[in-house]
Design a protein around this ligand. Structure first.
Ligand code: NAD
Length: 510
């Protein structure tokens, strides 16, 4: 049963839909999709409020962002309940991957924005008669479009960064999790940010497309590769920047000298946390022959201990989006047909009505199978036995995606070398999934996993345009390069060319 059920889709009326709980399939709420004119009006309001916000300066912005942190702490139980209702996530995951990183993001960027985005004066290597000043200016209004897998943090984190840099925000959350998206708007409204500075326009892809065309100054998109390509085209037409945080097919390499117990427990966590619906989930494992039997045995043991359910002490929650469950089933079916063996799982959980798919371990897989090539985004852990690390590396790089990767080895230096050889935006040695939660780390992908980086100093700067201001220091009546052009200037410039770049002392001085 669909989690998003359209009630009226007639072009003349406001389009309405109803959400359902992925855990129980019970109806939740009904919603009205923002129309293009509503989205444009939200962008206009955010633009007006943004002027006041930008003028407030770093200290005042930080003060109000910290008020938002206090609201978050005061209302965390209620926020958690909304997230649980819309996603069915286990209680630990709601805290560990939605609320804690949200609190951290607010404090981190409130504290850091002033230092990272302060004006800078740079000494010049050549034109000593000039001074260069770099000024980071907010872009204006940022359109933020987000998916359903981490509906709170993936909306809040870019919003906080955009705000800390002085922007307004119009957020379009996934149609599967609109109530969680609205929490972000409520949080900043309650914290006393200017009216309309952060707005949430609920709706589906049509609403998202309207936001991209509503006059925003940047789009920060997190979602699928397919939608990412459409957003990139639309941003290209509007000539506005975008960051695209897209899908992945993250490899895990288990070396011959790995701590097999840690690697097995890590593989199970990396593949089944958030029911495998993490953009940096461990989606395929290459384990070196020498340790493969022991690794697989331990992975199956750990998987057997997982408790599936929602809230409370459950380990593995439901899938959140019904069409993604169909993808998972298709991948397992395809793998089975081509000779893979399912060691555990491999079916919907018959104990539940909701979208539960059992944590599934597959072996005897190869690179022709969908489960090794396409993003599954569900609780699947396909394990491939390889001769050595070189084969593992070759297969790890045989992918259209390049978001994250992990390498497991007792030799940390060798592990880091292997990680470096992987074609990915991020990589981890002897751990998994952590990068997005490390606020200092730029996060993003290569190949079809996206464009640009979010988070950290780089992410903050991405919500600004840098203006370079060159100031003349001495105020002479004329400059050497100005008119008139004379033969002696040609001689002089030629001498300069040969001195500065043609002699050791010149190169040292420059
Ligand atoms: P999706 O692309 O279907 O939807 C994402 C958002 O885009 C939703 O809000 C949706 O309504 C909106 N949208 C759909 N069509 C649109 C259009 N034409 N114009 C503008 N907006 C449009 O993705 P999803 O199914 O919600 O999320 C799952 C995907 O997200 C997976 O591929 C996953 O890997 C990816 N993801 C990536 C990251 C990352 O940081 N790289 C993080 C989480 C999820």
């Amino acid at each position: 049963m669909a989690i998003v059920e359209w009630l009226s889709d007639a072009p003349a009326e406001p389009r309405r839909w109803q959400t359902r709980s992925p855990a129980t399939l019970e109806p939740l709420e009904s919603w009205e999709a923002a129309r293009p004119e509503d989205v444009r009006a939200a962008v206009e309001r955010a633009r007006k409020a943004q002027r006041e916000w930008a003028a407030a300066g770093f200290a005042e912005r930080a003060r109000r962002l910290r008020r938002a942190l206090r609201v978050l702490l005061a209302r965390e139980a209620e926020f958690a309940a909304t997230i649980e209702r819309e996603t069915g996530k286990p209680a630990v995951e709601i805290l560990s991957s939605e609320l804690l990183p949200a609190a951290d993001a607010i404090e981190f960027y409130a504290k850091r924005a002033k230092r990272v985005l302060a004006d800078r004066t740079l000494p010049l290597h050549l034109l000593k008669s000039k001074k260069l000043k770099l000024v980071y200016k907010p872009l204006g209004v940022v359109g933020i479009i987000t998916p359903w897998n981490f509906p709170f943090i993936l909306a809040l984190n870019p919003t906080v960064q955009a705000l800390a840099a002085g922007n307004g925000v119009v957020l379009k959350p996934s149609e599967a999790t609109p109530a969680t998206g609205r929490l972000v708007e409520a949080l900043f409204r309650e914290a006393g940010l200017p009216d309309g500075l952060v707005a949430c326009a609920v709706g589906d892809g049509a609403t998202g497309a309207a936001l991209v065309e509503a006059g925003v100054d940047k789009v920060s998109f997190t979602g699928s590769e397919r939608t990412g390509r459409k957003i990139a085209e639309a941003c290209g037409r509007a000539l506005i920047p975008c960051t695209l945080e897209l899908g992945g097919k993250d490899p895990m390499i288990v070396c011959a000298d790995a701590d097999v117990e840690r690697a097995a427990a890590g593989a199970v966590y990396g593949a089944f946390a958030n029911a495998g619906q993490v953009c940096v989930s461990t989606e395929r494992v290459y384990v070196v022959d020498a340790v493969a039997d022991e690794f697989v045995r331990r992975v199956v043991e750990h998987t057997g201990r997982l408790r599936q359910g929602s809230g409370g002490e459950a380990d593995v929650g439901p899938m959140i989006w019904a069409p993604q469950l169909d993808v998972v089933e298709r991948h397992v079916e395809d793998a089975r047909r081509r000779g893979a063996h399912v060691l555990t799982g491999g079916r919907r959980n018959p104990r539940y009505e909701g979208l539960y798919y059992e944590p599934t371990v597959l072996v005897d897989v190869d690179h022709d199978m969908l489960v090794m090539r396409e993003e599954s985004f569900g609780p699947l852990l396909p394990i491939m036995r390889v001769r050595d690390e070189a084969e593992a590396l070759r297969l790890a790089n045989d992918s259209g995606y390049g978001l994250n990767a992990s390498v497991w080895s007792r030799d940390k230096r060798r592990g880091a070398e292997l990680a470096r050889a992987i074609e990915s935006g991020c990589a981890v040695v002897n751990d998994c999934l952590v990068t997005y939660g490390i606020a200092e780390s730029p996060f993003g992908g290569v190949k079809a996993s996206g464009i640009g980086r979010v988070n950290g100093d780089m992410g903050l700067k991405g919500y600004c345009h840098v203006q370079s201001i060159v100031v003349d220091r001495f105020g002479a009546k004329s400059e050497l390069l100005w008119f008139p052009y004379e033969a002696r200037k040609v001689r002089w410039l030629r001498r300069l060319l040969h001195f500065v770049w043609g002699t050791p002392i010149g190169r040292w001085l420059s």
